[in-house]
Design a protein around this ligand. Sequence first.
Ligand code: UDP
Length: 326
Amino acid sequence: MILVTGGAGYIGAHTVRALQAAGFTPVIFDNFSTGHRSFVGGTALFEGDICSPSDLQNVFAKYPIEGVLHFAGKALVPESHANPEMYYRTNVTGGMNLLSAMKEFGVRHLIFSSTCATYGVPESVPITEAHPQRPINPYGETKLAFERAMRWFDESYGLQYLSLRYFNAAGADDSGQIGEDHDPETHLIPLALDAAAGRRPDVKIFGTDYPTPDGTCLRDYIHVSDLARAHVTGLRALLDGRVKSQAINLGTGRGYSVREVVECARRVTGREFTVRETLRRSGDPPVLVAAVNRAKELLGWTAVESDLDRIVASAWKWLMIRHRPG
Ligand code: UDP
């Protein structure tokens, strides 16, 4: 079985489905602090918290686990500034609890949900995995701390890991049953679609004076279903011993500006909505775009569902289903 910490969250739930479709048997470990019970379906569930060493020991004692996908953690940049302690406790101490339990139970294969936020402000784009890692917020810092811990667990105990550094995860599964649902929502695509649906008065563009073609930030948006498939492919490669421990970027290699995303939301939904240009949000690098060669060479993986219109259309479908009247 494959343990999926945070398997009731946004990216975790999509990956659980992809695992099942590929013939793996996942068990979800989640405390539902941000995960959704409705995302679990008929999948095996162990309700527990990575901050509790005994919860982790109990799940490893209960199931014959051969590999772990680690999504559980805190993942909002503004919240990480407001409460760095919580980020260290969950992402670092909770992560250490997981590594200890894996060591104790002899489980040696781990896929970690990492982030381009570990790079900080890029010195060059596209960003390769060799780019220096200098995070500019506690979120990125705590993810990087766990990446470094895995490296030493590999050296000392033979842990086999892949650290998958996501760029901007977006979109939703075609089924319309799972998707992005954060509270509070801070991400551009769901906020723009909320405005299109009349659920918010407007969408704000944070900064129009960046050194980019249209003055707004460029981001590399990757469909969550592409991310989910990358986890399954990575897990197979790890279990078969075809890859050694390392980090791999997951993105498309192409950036879209905030204005392009807003235009796409108008085009896909066919709805007009108000766009307000405001000041920059602190901590936003002008351009974050992935170099994607390593994922292709090592895993044979490229994004195939991450056309921006397709991403936005899938997120719109998810929003419409979720907020259907009655
Ligand atoms: N953004 C924006 N308005 C919003 C939310 C985000 O202009 O209401 C911008 C943000 O400054 C960044 C891009 O959209 O340049 C993507 O932000 P998001 O929060 O979706 O993802 P992040 O890049 O922070 O992971």
